[in-house]
Design a protein around this ligand. Structure first.
Ligand code: ATP
Length: 424
């Protein structure tokens, strides 16, 4: 884990939030490469969950909502249980769930210490207005509620028929008592969620739940997460959130133990019921409260686990084997020698052309070996080198990050070559 923390800082993926003032526990800033990784995760999630489907639309709700939303959703009351937190893995357990506490202690092979029981509310309070008394509101504790409160607006404005889904990506805030493990448990984080609305029917719910479970697990594997480091874990009845009828987590085998980074939840009619929202079937006219199957992933935890999973070391060479779709830079361009204007000019022309298509890096520092090392460490899948042969025959060397193999490609074919590789 220290290697990831160090790489994240050194190469500009993740920095401690407001570091020059000593930081602020549970807050992180993403550097130039981190923001690219995170944006890539969000882009491919949106493409696959919204654009590729006919049954999902998107929404982008406000972070601060009328506080009545949180009364209705049950968050103001049910996040105030007395909880103890495992000091090894930060898992929180209701202080009165003695069996679960014992079971959890057995899951670690070292002595487990617990924090004192604390009644606390995860919602972060904010105060609005300039004159007293200010209006108390909350930063959203989960992004989900803006989907539910807009359910009627979306049905009315898009004529969507059940079954259909609403997707959203956005920031959420929780007053975590023990943030830790880099960005894993933060107080400000981003979620990517789908709320999929169905008829209230157990069989249908079971089918849709199974479907989304498989879709989401396959998605992580498709983008390169190691299959053997992923598993599902079903929630026991006493650990389920107040809204969930049924819940399973997708967990990754992190250096700090198996850890959740996405939940698939059967929320039933809890939320729409509490907001008193119904759906009227356009054909039958039948009115009912739909049920919801939710897939709720964390962008930051996903980025962290993609980073951890991609990290490989070969003697003193670090290679970040990120899927090309996730890599901050798709390609880097180098002139073989920085002091030969002919090479530099030719390489600049290629760089300028490639950067209109892909996020492209330029490097003319040090020798070629050092440049390969530097690009491997940040996960750039391909490096293009302009050498003396390029001046004669308009071909370049493309070097592959994972295999280190090099091939000659004609300059006019570089874009096609990369595009083909990206579409595999
Ligand atoms: P945990 O048990 O670890 O606190 P949770 O079960 O409360 O997580 P959910 O409410 O299901 O989490 O939220 C869905 C997703 O949002 C999580 O799987 C995770 O990826 C992300 N998430 C939740 N809390 C945090 C946090 N404090 N920091 C970073 N990501 C988070």
């Amino acid at each position: 884990m220290e290697k990831i923390v160090s790489l994240a800082k050194r190469r500009g993926f993740i920095y401690p939030g407001s570091e020059i003032y000593g930081g602020l526990k549970g807050f992180w800033d993403y550097g130039p490469l981190g923001v690219e990784l995170k944006n890539n995760i969000k882009r491919i999630w949106w493409e696959d969950m919204v654009y590729a489907r006919d049954d999902v639309v998107g929404v982008d709700g406000a972070i601060i909502m009328n506080p009545q939303v949180w009364e209705a959703s049950g968050h103001t009351e049910s996040f105030t249980d007395p909880l103890v937190e495992c000091k090894v893995c930060n898992k929180r357990i209701r202080a009165d769930h003695k069996n679960e506490i014992k079971k959890h202690e057995k899951s670690h092979d070292k002595k487990v210490e617990w924090t004192e029981p604390k009644t606390f509310n995860l919602l972060t309070e904010v105060y609005l207005g300039t004159t007293e008394p200010k209006q108390k509101a909350y930063l959203r504790g989960e992004i989900t509620q803006s989907v539910f409160v807009n359910f009627k607006n979306i049905v009315d404005s898009t004529s969507r028929k059940i079954p259909f889904g609403i997707a959203q990506i956005g920031k959420a805030f929780r007053n975590e008592i023990t943030p830790g493990n880099l960005t894993y448990r933060s107080r400000e984080f981003e979620q990517m969620e789908l709320e999929y609305f169905i008829k209230p029917d157990e069989k249908e719910a079971e089918k849709v739940f199974k479907y989304w479970k498989k879709q989401r697990m396959d998605w992580y594997i498709l983008y390169g997460m190691s299959k053997e480091k992923l598993r599902f874990r079903e929630h026991a009845s006493d650990e389920r959130a107040h809204y969930a009828k049924f819940a399973e987590d997708i967990e990754y085998k992190a250096p700090f133990g198996w850890s959740e980074f996405e939940g698939i939840h059967h929320r039933g009619d809890w939320d729409l019921g509490r907001h008193k929202l119904k759906y009227k079937g356009p054909d039958s006219g039948e009115e009912y409260t739909p049920w919801v199957i939710e897939t709720s992933g964390g962008v930051d935890r996903t980025a962290l686990f993609f980073l951890i999973d991609a990290y490989h070391q070969d003697k003193d060479r670090v290679i970040l084997k990120l899927h090309p779709e996730l890599a901050p830079y798709k390609v880097a361009v180098f002139p073989l020698l920085a002091n030969k204007p002919q090479l530099v000019n030719k390489a600049r022309i290629i760089y300028d052309a490639l950067k209109t298509q892909f996020h492209t890096s330029w490097d003319d520092r040090g020798n070629i070996g050092k440049r390969y090392f530097a690009q491997d460490e940040i996960g750039t899948p391909w490096c293009v080198t302009v050498d003396f042969d390029t001046l004669k025959d308009d071909t370049v060397t493309i070097r592959d990050r994972n295999s280190t193999k090099q091939i000659r490609v004609s300059i006019v074919k570089i874009v096609d070559w990369i595009e083909k590789k990206l579409n595999v």
